[in-house]
Design a protein around this ligand. Structure first.
Ligand code: AMP
Ligand code: GLY
Length: 432
């Protein structure tokens, strides 16, 4: 089977890596990155040039396309491919509104009783600012449309909230994506990423993953695209996953079908585990990055079989098989991320790090210049450690992370630390 992965980050390298390990599978990437190029055929094609992607899929006789990022899905990749008789895993443009419009998503939650933070929608900046002043407490301001993960401001003061409204609605920092905003209550708790494969009518949840959004250790500093992830999450056992399936995943699948846009593809619920129960922060229409980098190595079964089950409308016949143990992904960033990362620094040590046992290194923001591997983005490399326990997986990931060198290397040192202490406490309790 010839499979095309659309995208250029660590998530896409991980997907291509998994496909490359399947018997009889031939991976392609558009456009991929230097890491993906070692295991897949990379074609120079922008993920947003939908017709060129479809041309490429026809030319390369691709059987199945897996889309990494949300933007091509929101632009209608699956619709364009379907019109040309090409199979692509993901929601249609209409169903991708679940991620592409926060207003659509919040109204859907309200209409179908899916638990989420109370909110209001504004299309007038004056009214939004008056609401923030009147509320007198910190709230969360969200641009309606896609803003490359930068359209959410968790304001710790009223002034910060107002500044966010001005940047989004008046200065139009994210263009039309900020023409409308959602202002919602700030929730507190631990965050959890839950994924499900959906075929429009049925779904199968995957194991929950924990991302680490803030730049610095101890969940401090600005929000980022994700600084690291781990699975399993000992705080999220089978009972909690059942509850999330019943209260969030199944209702949204039902809701989307009722709205005339049945959901097919990977559904990603970003949740806050509040004392009142799980609340939806966001839905995404794809795998998470860096969540995929731990999910994919833990999946024991075939990724392509899973994709086939979704496309055939028979996801109910697919049961995921997971490797025992844990995976921890540490994201190595460039100085300046998430603002303006410094790029072009030569990178050393990747091969040695990847040769350690139970370790994989995925490329995210790298490039080859004059024959050398250099930094080329905010999130540069994703170092994944696997082990029998979270502790072992962490140790492996951090040993490998320490072996990779470039100027301005920034990363968190506490990815999976909480999971490790929860796991340890649970084990001690069991012994006592
Ligand atoms: P979103 O894209 O909506 O998931 O928001 C990005 C990040 O902002 C989330 O992963 C959370 O860390 C944070 N966030 C979003 N909404 C809220 C909320 N209502 N309360 C607290 N934090 C939030
Ligand atoms: N890691 C969060 C995301 O992919 O949106």
């Amino acid at each position: 089977m010839r499979a095309l992965v659309v995208g250029s980050g660590g998530r896409e390298h991980a997907l291509a890596w998994a496909i490359a390990r399947e018997r009889g599978a031939v991976p392609f990437c558009a456009p991929g990155n230097p890491g993906a190029a070692e295991i897949a055929t990379c074609v120079a094609c922008s993920p947003m040039d939908l017709d060129a992607l479809a041309d490429c899929a026809e030319r390369s006789r691709i059987d199945l396309t897996i889309v990494g990022p949300e933007a091509p899905l929101a632009a209608g990749l699956v619709d364009v491919f379907a019109r040309r008789g090409l199979r692509a895993l993901g929601p249609t443009r209409a169903a991708a509104r679940l991620e592409a419009s926060k207003v659509f998503m919040k109204h859907l939650c309200r209409r179908y009783g899916i638990p989420t933070a109370p909110f209001r929608v504004f299309d007038d900046p004056g009214q939004a600012i008056a609401y923030l002043r009147g509320a007198g407490r910190p709230l969360v301001v969200k641009a309606d449309g896609l803003a490359a993960g930068k359209g959410v401001v968790v304001a710790s003061t009223v002034e910060e909230g107002i500044a966010a409204v001005e940047a989004m609605m008046i200065e139009r920092r994210f263009g039309d994506a900020g023409a409308r905003v959602v202002i919602e209550e700030a929730l507190e708790g631990e965050e959890l990423s839950v994924f499900a494969l959906c075929d429009g009518t049925s779904l199968v949840p995957l194991i929950p993953v924990q991302d680490h959004k803030r730049l610095r250790d101890g969940d401090r500093g600005p929000n980022t695209g994700g600084m690291g992830a781990h699975a399993p999450v000992p705080q999220a056992g089978p009972e909690l996953l059942d509850r999330i399936t019943d209260e969030v995943l199944e209702p949204v699948l039902w809701a989307m079908a009722q709205e005339g846009c049945p959901y097919r593809g990977v559904l990603f619920a970003g949740l806050m585990l509040t004392p009142e129960g799980p609340r939806v922060l966001e839905f995404n229409v794809r795998l998470g990055d860096p969540e995929a980098q731990v999910l994919v190595p833990l999946l024991a079964g075939s990724l392509l079989e899973a994709a086939e089950a979704v496309l055939a409308g028979r996801v109910d016949r697919w049961a995921p098989r997971w490797r025992p143990g844990a995976a921890v992904c540490v994201v190595l960033c460039a100085d300046g991320y998430p603002g303006r990362p410094r790029t072009g620094a030569p990178i050393a040590g990747v091969r040695d790090a990847a040769a350690l046992p139970g370790t994989v290194v995925f490329h995210a923001g790298t490039a080859i210049r004059d024959g050398r591997l250099v930094t080329a983005g905010g999130r540069v490399l994703n170092v994944v450690g696997m082990g029998a326990t979270v502790a072992e997986a962490r140790e492996r990931a951090y040993r490998a992370a320490g072996m990779i060198e470039y100027e301005g290397k920034v990363y968190r040192h506490d990815i999976g630390a909480r999971a490790q202490s929860v796991a340890r406490a649970t084990a001690e309790q069991r012994r006592a």
